[in-house]
Design a protein around this ligand. Structure first.
Ligand code: 1AL
Ligand code: ZN
Ligand code: ZN
Length: 460
């Protein structure tokens, strides 16, 4: 009789094109059988009756700020928070830590720290900033998942936004390396011009902040980036897109053959500008939370499958940096802290809008794996893939409270929110890293992006 390391029995397994009650067997961290009749023993027999087994989330967008600002989050608390939310691989952004991840030494230093502290597998982004084009090749060779640049000020003095020439040259180089460039797309000219006008007039409320970062600022930046991508052949990925008009531009570009993908974040789908009025700076982000009607349009696009993937953009900070007694809304740190809740949020939306779970699984796991060079290794529940699972119960709602949020700082827009589901357990390469509020120490592995052919193909 066959002996396995782990068998998950009788779960409702979210497979690539259907949900099916079946069993999964794991050996040496890899899925070796998915079968309705599975005979054999295992060191761990896990009963998942009535629970859903999702592929572990691959969250391509978090900021853990280590080294340099580990007091903002760090890999230890950051990764624990992610596994508590069913994430089995996250990609850390190249900014908010010191140094920024813009050369090989910074990348290797970060990788070394993460390998010691991360509870779960991870990938690392490299940055594109003015002056580092000569470093991109070494970053690529060392295994970055892709490159990231800001078209508007990042809010972080160690990570400069790209000027147009850097962007063109950077895109040309990144295209030649067969990699993807991720962009924070808001127009610097438009946002800084509008912000200066507001500040000069003493108008610094949450509403003024939103007015200084309008949908048009996003659309202008997206259009310019698409034009440059057409000129250079560079594959693009737009992070945290917050408007229907920007998605429309991206859709048109896809139709004319450009290699481009788009993500949005759960906060743009679950909340709108009313949350900023109600909750204050904890709900401040860039681009800002939009009007209710824009939110409704984004949900329609989400339902229609127009977002290739969903990421958290977990961007935490110590509370002092958002303290309204100290900082105006413009000055407060921008970023939503909520990496733990992305999978729960999309499952909530799937339930509310009747979206099949396998489509959700594609957005949170299969598509990010395919886009960033991990296909064939991670991203779906199939024989031969890493045994990365999020076990979810729809019978237990989850109310967010400070003691159930595992980020370093407990302030979050999600505080008090109740999800209709709970992450019961998370498994990374067959090991239980999280189970009902407790963690098992486990060394996450650096997932290097080696599969150039993934990025070279047009995505959809
Ligand atoms: N420096 C940041 O972490 N910025 C982040 N901040 C947000 N989204 O408000 C981001 O992704 O742009
Ligand atoms: Zn951003
Ligand atoms: Zn971000």
């Amino acid at each position: 009789m066959e002996t396995y390391d782990l068998i998950i029995r009788d779960g409702l397994v979210v497979l690539p094109t259907e949900v099916k009650r079946t069993n999964i067997a794991v050996k040496d961290g890899v899925i070796v059988e998915v079968a309705e009749h599975l005979v054999g023993d295992a060191a761990v027999e896990w009963r998942a009756d009535g629970q859903y087994v999702f592929p572990g989330m691959i969250d391509v967008h978090v900021h853990f700020s280590e080294p340099g600002r580990a007091h903002w989050e760090g890999f230890e608390t950051g990764s624990q928070m992610m596994v508590a939310g069913g994430c089995t691989t996250y990609f850390d952004m190249p900014l908010n830590g010191i140094p920024s991840t813009v050369h090989k030494e910074a990348l290797l230093e970060k990788a070394n720290i993460a390998a010691q502290k991360s509870s779960v597998d991870f990938g690392l982004w490299g940055g594109l900033v003015p002056g580092n084009i000569a470093d991109l090749r070494e970053l690529e060779k060392s295994g970055v998942v892709g490159f990231k640049a800001f078209l508007s000020a990042s809010g972080n003095e160690e990570f400069e936004r790209v000027d147009d020439l850097t962007l063109l040259n950077g895109m040309k180089t990144i295209a030649s390396l067969g990699k993807v460039l991720a962009l924070h797309a808001e127009s610097e000219a438009v946002t800084s011009w509008l912000q200066a006008e507001k500040v000069r007039a003493g108008l610094v409320s949450a509403k003024d902040y939103a007015a200084a970062r309008p949908v048009l600022a996003e659309v202008e930046a997206v259009e310019r980036a698409l034009t440059y991508a057409e000129l250079t052949g560079c594959p693009l990925h737009f992070v945290h897109i917050s408007s229907a008009a920007a998605v429309e531009k991206i859709e048109l570009a896809k139709k004319r053959g450009l290699n481009v993908t788009v993500e949005t974040c759960p906060h743009y789908l679950l909340f709108n500008d009313a949350a900023v009025v109600e909750k204050g700076t904890v709900a401040k982000c860039a681009p800002p939370l939009r009007s209710q009607s824009e939110q409704e349009k984004l949900i329609e696009l989400f339902k229609a499958g127009k977002f290739d993937m969903i990421s958290s953009d977990h961007s935490p900070c110590p509370y002092e940096l958002k303290d309204p007694a100290v900082h105006s809304f413009f000055e407060a740190w921008g970023g939503i802290s909520g990496g733990q809740f992305s999978l729960l949020a999309v499952i909530q939306l799937a339930i509310e809008y009747d979206i099949p779970f396998f489509k959700i699984a594609e957005m949170i796991a299969a598509a990010p794996a395919k886009r960033f060079g991990l296909s064939g290794v991670k991203g779906s529940i199939k024989v031969g893939m890493d045994a990365d699972f999020a076990i979810v119960s729809l019978k237990e709602p989850f109310r967010v409270t400070e003691d159930r949020f595992f980020a370093k700082h407990k302030q979050t827009i999600y505080n008090g929110h109740t999800f209709p589901c709970t992450v019961v357990a998370t498994m990374n390469r067959g090991r239980v890293v999280y189970h009902r509020g407790s963690f098992n120490k486990y060394e996450g592995k650096w997932m290097k992006n080696k599969r150039k052919e993934d990025q070279a193909t047009i995505f959809k």
